[in-house]
Design a protein around this ligand. Sequence first.
Ligand code: GNR
Ligand code: NI
Length: 175
Amino acid sequence: MSVRPLVIIPDSRLRLISEPLVRVDAKVRALVEDMFETMYDAPGIGLAAIQIGVPERVVTIDTAREGEERSPLALINPEIVTASEELSVYQEGCLSIPEYYEDVERPARVTVRFMDLNGEMQEIEADGLLATCVQHEIDHLNGVLFIDHISKLKRDRVVKRFTKVAKEKEREAGA
Ligand code: GNR
Ligand code: NI
């Protein structure tokens, strides 16, 4: 069990399409444990495996508030099967784009099909923050970031800022 380093933009791994899993074995369970540990440590309400550099279709979520009991949810190969026409707006953030927040509009309710840690198919209906979070995480599995849903002007500005920081860090490390 360990907290793993987070992959931050503009790292090109965040643009990979993650691979589906064929079965849930001990290796997948160990990955999920590391993902929960990393997500709670951050802290964040969701994490996709690619955010710790693993291009597999695995997501962890816990939208319980601080002080509330934990409600961990692990989704293997999650898929949206239905989405409401009604949209809702949430201010989103992403552990791969630290300390940047912007409003994003998405379907207000979704039905999600996935495999659980016992390898059994499950379906959940989500609304509110959970609906937003699960869509944000499934986007990660497809190489999509929440900044892809905002204006190009805002997106270019934030990518530029993180690119500059990454170059500075690289230079410090190399010097
Ligand atoms: O911690 C997170 N908070 C959040 C807030 C609003 C919408 C989505 C999210 S997910 C984010 C963690 C993350 O980057 N998951 O990929
Ligand atoms: Ni994210």
